[in-house]
Design a protein around this ligand. Structure first.
Ligand SMILES: Cc1cc2nc3c(=O)[nH]c(=O)nc-3n(C[C@H](O)[C@H](O)[C@H](O)COP(=O)(O)OP(=O)(O)OC[C@H]3O[C@@H](n4cnc5c(N)ncnc54)[C@H](O)[C@@H]3O)c2cc1C
Length: 536
């Protein structure tokens, strides 16, 4: 069963090794172990529904509580303290386009707003109801989860948009195909959610981002149905798929999507390379990206992330052996780990590995074989479970991400880390709490730039409002630095409500007006997810 106030399945845990707990206490001190609110207590706070009854809609309190929040740190603080704020008034589970159409008509009549809901893994407030006079109906797409057409000649597959990652891959892999879209939230996130947030999978370097994979589909908008035909290419004006990608539930409900699939790869391998410092690692991944070496992923951790990842892995003997050997070879405290992947047929993968290693060698990289790559592969979807464990041990953790051209990547990564560290240290001074731990990696590399993914961890306070305040101070300081450096406010998580104040910095006034006009055209009655992406 899915955890109601944390990540993933209740039966799955990621224990914190003793050595990792000691490491965190030494670096950031101890956090509060204040207990979480109990499900039944929080259930009792769900108010009466304001929606008229309808056969497709559940107004049961558990349904409404389970759809009230996503997976951001503020969401966790709300759920675990029981201070949720706003709940949807009802949850619908449509099973067809006709059901969705009916719900749109119903919402109009009931003067309700409507929040499309995929897997609820948003980390920026996309699916949270806002307080207001209008009732809120959450539309959970999970019943639209089937593979309905497989065109093997064109390598196109059609799915109900509510299909979750593992169900999508199981249905494709049974036929020898894969989509290859593997965000870290793969276990719970859905195809419709990926499209609506412009999601990016861990191996997007090989398979492409969701915007490369989304070939067409069907959307029920507030102005009627919108069909996006699947064409390999088209010069017939602007591409309307691009309008739906990243639409965050504002322009319609995606009920079906056609995606570009591939034959299952015959070969795949992940391996690790150490660099003596972050700069040489970054030079190497830039050269790999600009030389178009056929890899499937590259993830370069800074020195702090390298150390923390090794400690949290719990492989104490292996890590201590690796640390001693690396130090002997001259890779000291500033060492940085690059995890690389090669995917495809064996010949292409071997070529990718050979070319990559010749570049990394030129940058003084030390190839360490597949052990570290295998550790990464095993924990790639398990590491979000560490958030649950860290919380129980008194720590709050969050991440933020951006992308910039190569000329700014290193200085921006440094500036983001520094502003986060300062914000956490400052709240230490004023609140009598310990500081924070901040680290980054380059998570996706492109020919012209890279994404910077920064994690910040800090001890939580016994007072949830104080934990939230610390998060707000850090998040807003980092967001201001990002827009000040002309980075995107999001490389992969989207805008939702948390990033909405920063959108105009990227799109400009006219750009935001154009988006508002699109919302007005496709949702003339203002039913769909108001207040997200662009604020009124
Ligand atoms: C631990 C963790 C790791 C993550 N890792 C990644 C990662 O590696 N890469 C990445 O890109 N993101 C990542 N995310 C963020 C999140 O998983 C993505 O934004 C994901 O695409 C959201 O999908 P979802 O189905 O959960 O959508 P939801 O959270 O349910 O919804 C997100 C938005 O999409 C809209 N939406 C959903 N379905 C539809 C639909 N059918 N029609 C219209 N609108 C719809 C919603 O209204 C909402 O605005 C991560 C999140 C977590 C918690």
């Amino acid at each position: 069963m899915r955890r109601w106030n944390g990540w993933g399945d209740e039966q799955t845990n990621y224990p914190l090794p003793d050595s990792a707990e000691d490491y965190l206490i030494e670096l950031v001190g101890r956090g509060s172990l204040a207990p979480d609110a109990v499900f039944e207590q929080v259930l009792a706070t769900v108010p009466a529904s304001r929606l008229p009854s309808h056969p497709l809609i559940s107004t049961d309190a558990p349904d409404r509580l389970l759809h009230a929040r996503g997976q951001s740190l503020p969401d966790w603080i709300a759920l675990r303290s029981g201070r949720i704020g706003a709940f949807p008034d009802g949850v619908a589970y449509p099973g067809s386009d006709e059901d969705v159409l009916q719900l749109l008509g119903y919402a109009h009549q009931a003067m309700a707003c409507l929040i499309p809901y995929g897997g609820g893994t948003s980390v920026v407030g996309h699916i949270n109801p806002l307080n207001g006079d209008r009732p809120v109906l959450t539309v959970d797409l999970s019943h639209l989860n089937k593979l309905t057409n497989l065109d093997e000649t064109s390598c196109l597959a059609t799915f109900g948009a509510g299909v979750r990652g593992p169900d999508l891959e199981n249905q494709l892999q049974a036929n020898g195909y894969t989509l290859g879209h593997f965000p870290q939230s793969f276990e719970l996130s859905t195809l419709g959610g990926w499209i609506a947030t412009r999601s990016c999978g861990q191996q997007s370097y090989y398979y492409g981002r969701i915007e490369d994979l989304f070939a067409g589909g069907h959307i029920e908008t507030g102005a009627g149905p919108l069909d996006l035909p699947c064409l390999p290419a088209s010069a017939a004006g602007p591409d309307l798929r691009q309008l739906i990608l990243g639409s965050e539930g504002r322009l319609g409900i995606i009920t079906r999507a056609v995606v570009r699939i591939r034959k299952l790869p015959a070969f795949e391998q992940f391996f690790g390379v150490f660099f003596s410092d972050w700069e040489s690692g970054a030079d190497a991944v830039r050269e790999i990206a600009q030389s178009r070496v056929p890899i499937s992923m590259a993830r370069l951790s800074d020195a702090q992330e390298t150390e923390t990842t090794l400690v949290l892995s719990g492989k104490e003997r292996l890590v201590s052996f690796a640390n001693r050997s690396l130090a002997l070879l001259g890779y000291n405290k500033q060492r940085c780990l690059l995890v690389l992947g090669v995917t495809g047929d064996a010949r292409r993968a071997a070529q990718g590995r050979r070319l990559t290693l010749s570049i990394t060698r030129r940058h003084n990289g030390l190839y360490t074989g597949a052990i570290i790559g295998n550790l990464w592969r095993k924990s790639r979807f398990l590491s979000p479970y560490l958030r649950n464990t860290l919380w129980v041990h008194g720590y709050a953790i969050d991440t933020l991400e951006t992308a910039l051209p190569w000329c700014s990547v290193l200085s921006a990564a440094k500036a983001i880390k520094s502003v986060l560290q300062n914000a956490l240290d400052q709240s230490t001074a004023t609140k009598g709490l310990s500081g924070g731990l901040v680290f980054s990696h380059l998570s996706h590399v492109y020919r012209d730039g890279a994404s910077i993914y920064t994690t910040f961890l800090f001890p939580r306070s016994a007072d949830p409002a104080e934990t939230l305040e610390r998060w707000q101070a850090a998040k807003s300081a980092a967001s201001q630095v990002i827009v000040g450096l002309h980075g995107t406010i999001s490389h992969q998580h989207g805008v939702g409500s948390d990033h909405a104040p920063y959108l105009a910095a990227e799109k400009g006034l006219v750009g935001v007006q154009a988006l508002a006009a699109a919302c007005h055209t496709l949702d003339p009655n203002g039913l769909l997810n108001p207040g997200k992406l662009i604020t009124p």
